[in-house]
Design a protein around this ligand. Structure first.
Ligand SMILES: NC(=O)c1ccc[n+]([C@@H]2O[C@H](COP(=O)([O-])OP(=O)(O)OC[C@H]3O[C@@H](n4cnc5c(N)ncnc54)[C@H](OP(=O)(O)O)[C@@H]3O)[C@@H](O)[C@H]2O)c1
Length: 256
């Protein structure tokens, strides 16, 4: 089966392409540096030829409110239009657990807009809601600095390894469209501030992490369970300590 992975050179995309190939599928990594740009439409007609499934694990290069909204709206519209013309049977997109509860955040308004376009399109779909990736913990600290300190609310948090995200997305991509949302998460729950503090310590990052119930997550006020999935979520196997042992120091520049 030919499966086109939009964002197939990124953190999740590159792992997903490898896993699909290991399972005998023809997985094509589509991204600007492979000649496919979903913002402009460049290369889409060509890459979608003979494909059955499209998995969108792209992300906006800018997380500024207007830029990220434009990215997810324009790229999703272009993609779905080209998919309809190419007869794609299953559109899979990666989004975030709690997206619908995070509309105060510009990034999550963009993800809500992406999901709305998918639900309204004629293409059968599966939207995968993943919790935060372990690889994102430092990035989360970076976007949570106020007055030189990392401020995070001490809410429940159930992150997962990018490898487990890619495995789950791959399984869903080769299965039937659910025409709804599938939640995936990590095997353990933590407090958000606690885990970011532990991650910064392993990176020898000296920034102090303050537990602040009024601190925002990506610009949004959040509650105890905003970031955690329901009880029926599919859970990844990799525990945080195991991931640390296996992966510490191997993150990409964006995800150190
Ligand atoms: N971070 C988290 O904890 C988290 C949690 C749950 C869900 N998610 C979701 O997971 C998804 C993937 O995240 P990620 O961290 O794997 O992303 P990433 O590593 O930043 O990769 C983004 C990919 O998108 C590609 N891309 C950028 N602009 C494009 C364009 N105009 N046309 C086609 N491709 C383009 C990039 O290609 P180039 O490298 O060539 O620019 C790259 O392959 C996102 O949608 C995010 O919302 C993230």
């Amino acid at each position: 089966m030919k499966i086109v992975v939009i964002g197939g050179t990124g953190l999740i995309g590159s792992k997903l392409v490898s896993k699909l190939r290991e399972h005998g599928h023809e997985a094509v990594a589509a991204a600007p540096n492979t000649g496919v740009n979903t913002l402009t439409g460049e290369g889409l007609t060509e890459v979608l030829k003979e494909a059955s499934v499209v998995v969108d694990v792209s992300n906006s290069p800018s997380w500024e409110d207007a830029a990220v909204l434009n990215f997810f709206e324009t790229s999703t519209r272009n993609l779905l239009t080209h998919e309809a013309a190419a007869g794609i049977r299953h559109h899979v997109a990666l989004s975030v657990v709690g997206t619908e509860r995070l509309a105060e955040s510009g990034y999550f308004r963009a993800k809500i807009a992406q999901e709305k376009l998918i639900k309204e399109s004629s293409i059968p779909y599966s939207i995968v809601h993943a919790t935060q990736f372990f690889e994102f913990l430092k990035g989360l600290a970076d976007i949570s600095v106020v007055g030189g300190k990392v401020r995070l609310p001490p809410v429940l948090f159930q992150p997962m390894a990018a490898d487990d995200v890619a495995s789950a997305v791959g399984t869903i991509a080769v299965g039937p469209p659910v025409n709804g949302i599938v939640e995936i998460g990590g095997p353990e729950q933590f407090r958000l501030d606690e885990l970011v503090r532990r991650r910064l310590a392993t990176l020898k990052d000296p920034r102090e992490v303050i537990a602040d119930p009024t601190a925002r997550y990506s610009g949004a006020q959040i509650g105890e369970r905003t970031l955690v999935p329901d009880n029926n979520a599919r859970l990844g196997e990799t525990r945080f300590d195991t991931w640390l042992t296996q992966s510490a120091g191997t993150g990409s520049a964006a995800y150190a």
